[in-house]
Design a protein. Structure first.
Length: 251
């Protein structure tokens, strides 16, 4: 994040602030003094309310002196509580002498948690915030949502619609662990067929053909899947049969 796009001097005008916000595309600015010390935060909403009160564009910038912040030496877990507010999407990270070190966004924080990325408040990693927007994937049999995307583990919550079923498949580079959360159905493991219900645990070794079927005509089948291995790409799916006519490497 280019911090210069988010800083503006207290002596600047509302017009200057609007131009700066237009550049950073994030809807807020950090107000600083001539010594680069942070004084507060202003948002598009603050400026809009000021203009509604018949202020003009050349007046000084309105800002909140009692703003949410985190200091560089504080534990990053504090962000869990700070981001609970729906109104807070960005939090400035300050040094002890009140200078801006970094800015962390709620989406950035959530992606780092999702992918188990190690970081500190001074050196935040670059992440693709859009990953949160695409974490729920629709499929012909239902949908799944990723819950963790770390280096050697990936986990998902998978929902299979009534009478839906995954393809008969296997993986060469990962094993899978399933726990049935809700519903009931059938699982095929190689030549075995077993009924499963809420609370059942299933281990699927690497290279084992497997398939799950929702046998209900009314209720969804929901299960948690934890993948362990060296690679989790869609091209590690080898299909043997598929109800929906998909025989290429797609989940």
């Amino acid at each position: 994040m280019n911090l210069q796009k988010f800083k503006i001097l207290k002596s600047s005008s509302i017009l200057d602030a609007l131009k700066q916000i237009n550049k950073n595309k994030k809807g807020f600015l950090v107000i600083i003094d001539k010594d680069q010390k942070v004084l507060g935060i202003t948002t598009e909403g603050d400026i809009r309310r000021k203009l509604i009160q018949k202020s003009n564009l050349l007046e000084s910038i309105p800002y909140n002196k009692h703003f949410i912040k985190i200091f560089e030496d504080e534990n990053f877990t504090l962000l869990f509580d700070l981001f609970k507010s729906e109104k807070i999407n960005y939090i400035p990270i300050l040094s002890k002498d009140m200078k801006l070190i970094n800015i962390v966004s709620k989406k950035q924080f959530h992606v780092m948690l999702l992918k188990d990325i190690k970081y500190d408040l001074q050196k935040l990693p670059k992440v693709n915030e859009n990953e949160l927007d695409f974490e729920v994937f629709p499929k012909p049999w239902g949908f799944y949502k990723s819950t963790l995307l770390a280096q050697h583990v990936q986990s998902k919550i998978i929902t299979v619609f009534p009478q839906g079923e995954l393809s008969l498949q296997k993986h060469k580079r990962r094993e899978e662990h399933w726990i049935i959360i809700k519903g009931e159905g059938k699982i095929i493991l190689e030549d075995s067929i077993m009924r499963v219900e809420q609370g059942r645990y299933i281990y699927i070794p690497t290279g084992c053909k497997h398939k799950i079927i929702n046998s209900s005509i009314k209720e969804n089948l929901i299960f948690a899947e934890v993948q362990l291995g060296e690679y989790f790409g869609e091209d590690d799916i080898i299909r043997y049969e598929d109800k929906y006519g998909r025989m290429k490497s797609e989940f």
